[in-house]
Design a binder for this molecule. Structure first.
Ligand code: NAD
Length: 468
């Protein structure tokens, strides 16, 4: 059993209490993370506050430090990937890719030009607008992509001149702890603190007087709690929340040719992705062919521990999520849905659930109407494109969506009608570090990635020099 440590003021810190961390492929505890005490959280916040002024003062030094962080993440790719697969469950090749992506985010923000503007320069006045850091930022992350999603917050927050206290999910705290330790050698004391604990620690973070901003990724109900807690002290918030992404396939697409791509757009990270396809609308005329083709791809998958070389789909990350997915499939069955494939757990330890394709699901069934966040996809027939668009938009979520078609212009025209922060054409779940990632409706508030993501960790600062 390994014990991991928190990074507070560049020191490695343990605790008297620990949270157990389970390997989802066995269901057994293999490591422990410290349970951060309120005093330790105070120390982390105070350290971040002390470090911030010096950190904000030297932009070239920050850029250089971020480049070193990227290099350190790349140099330790294998070590981080091994811990990621152990705590999250995903196949090791995906863990390596996720770690490389995190390094790419540090490099991108190291090199991005910051924006400042002169809005008036005439005989009357010179008015310039630049962006200042907020101070201390608290970052709270979920368990599905713990390495990459931390970098989406930490890299731009640091580049903008803030210091950070990062609190990962109690299901996957270890990679953040390891990264905190590795980056402590590249950053000044206090620039990045990593603290771990249960959901209650999240509440202590959001109500703490020091942070000026909470950057949160997680479920919509928790996001509402975060926003409510932050409002009491007017902390800024960015909320990247849940989604129920619809994909619409147009009638000029061959089911056999596209099934594999559609499958992976839904089952990326075993369906545990905020921007996975969660509802698939296909033409009524080829409904049976789509269901069969997707079921065939599902049946060709190898479910197993992420560390096993042949594994293409890992376990569900944790027992509550396993119960939720299994419960939604069971509920759909009782409402008349047909399980084309899957619908059962694997007969082995760990949280394994066969990739599941469901047909004949009523739109009102929770597996279609809510976020399943797991390896089960409802395939829904439509008669007209108007019908598909209306049903795709009939949700309180608005994270992402996609349209798939042979005629790109036609697909693009349908994509323009979807109510979502990101709409892809002929792909899905393909976030770019250069493009804004932002949910509409109940899927979020604020933006990550690209220059907009950097702006989110700043406040506008206007200087008006009167000339007469
Ligand atoms: P969650 O909301 O349960 O937890 C997310 C984080 O919030 C964890 O670190 C948790 O400890 C913390 N937390 C819990 N209660 C808190 C409180 N009261 N105050 C402060 N922090 C608290 O989410 P999860 O189950 O870890 O992740 C799955 C969810 O995340 C899904 O809904 C998924 O769609 C969403 N997600 C969204 C994005 C996005 O970018 N939009 C990306 C990944 C995941």
């Amino acid at each position: 059993m390994s014990d991991f440590t928190m990074t507070i003021d560049s020191e490695q810190v343990a605790s008297n209490e620990w949270i157990p961390v389970e390997d989802p492929s066995t269901g057994t505890v293999f490591a422990r993370a410290p349970q951060c005490t309120p005093e330790q959280l105070d120390a982390a916040m105070a350290s971040a506050a002390r470090a911030q002024i010096t950190w904000a003062a030297d932009e070239p030094a920050r850029q250089e430090a971020l480049r070193r962080c990227a290099a350190t993440l790349n140099a330790n790719n294998e070590a981080i990937a091994q811990v990621l697969t152990a705590e999250q469950g995903k196949p090791i090749t995906e863990s390596r890719r996720e770690t490389a992506a995190a390094a790419a985010w540090f490099d991108y923000y190291a090199n991005l030009d910051r924006r400042s503007e002169i809005v008036q320069d005439d005989a009357r006045a010179h008015i310039s607008v630049d962006r200042r850091p907020l101070g201390v930022v608290a970052a709270i992350t979920p368990w599905n992509f713990p390495v990459m999603l931390s970098s989406w917050k930490v890299a731009p927050a640091l580049r903008a001149g803030n210091t950070v206290v990062l609190k990962p999910s109690p299901f996957t705290p270890l990679t953040a702890l390891l990264i905190g330790k590795l980056l402590a050698d590249e950053l000044p004391a206090g620039a990045l603190n990593v603290v771990t604990g249960g959901n209650q620690l999240g509440n202590l973070v959001t109500t703490h007087p020091i942070p000026r901003k909470i950057s949160f990724t997680g479920s919509t109900p928790t996001g509402i709690k975060v926003a409510t807690a932050a409002a009491a002290t007017l902390k800024r918030v960015t909320l990247e929340l849940g989604g129920n992404d619809a994909a619409i396939v147009l009638d000029d697409v061959d089911p056999g040719a596209i099934a594999e791509k559609l499958f992976w757009s839904a089952f990326i990270n075993n369906g545990q992705a905020c921007v996975a396809i969660k509802r698939l609308y296909v033409p009524q005329s080829s409904y049976g062919k789509f269901v069969d083709a997707l079921a065939a791809v599902a049946e060709a998958q190898q479910s197993g521990a992420g560390i096993e070389p042949d594994t293409t789909l890992g376990p569900i990350n944790n027992r509550p999520q396993f119960e939720r997915v299994a419960g939604l499939v069971e509920d759909a069955r009782t409402r008349g849905a047909r399980i084309a494939t899957g619908g059962i757990a694997l007969d082995r330890p760990g949280h394994f659930y066969r990739p599941t394709i469901l047909a004949d699901v009523p739109d009102s069934a929770p597996i279609a109407a809510e976020e399943q966040f797991g390896p089960a996809l409802p395939v829904l027939p439509y008669t007209t494109v108007d019908d598909a668009v209306a049903r795709a938009n009939d949700t309180r979520f608005g994270l992402a969506g996609s349209v798939w078609g042979g005629d790109q212009d036609q697909a693009r025209a349908v994509a323009d009608r979807l109510e979502a922060g990101i709409v892809w054409v002929n792909t899905h779940a393909a976030p770019s570090l250069r493009a804004p990632f932002s949910g509409v409706k109940d899927s979020g508030l604020g933006v990550e990635n690209g220059p907009w993501g950097l702006d989110g960790f700043t406040e506008l600062h206007t200087t008006h020099v009167a000339r007469r």
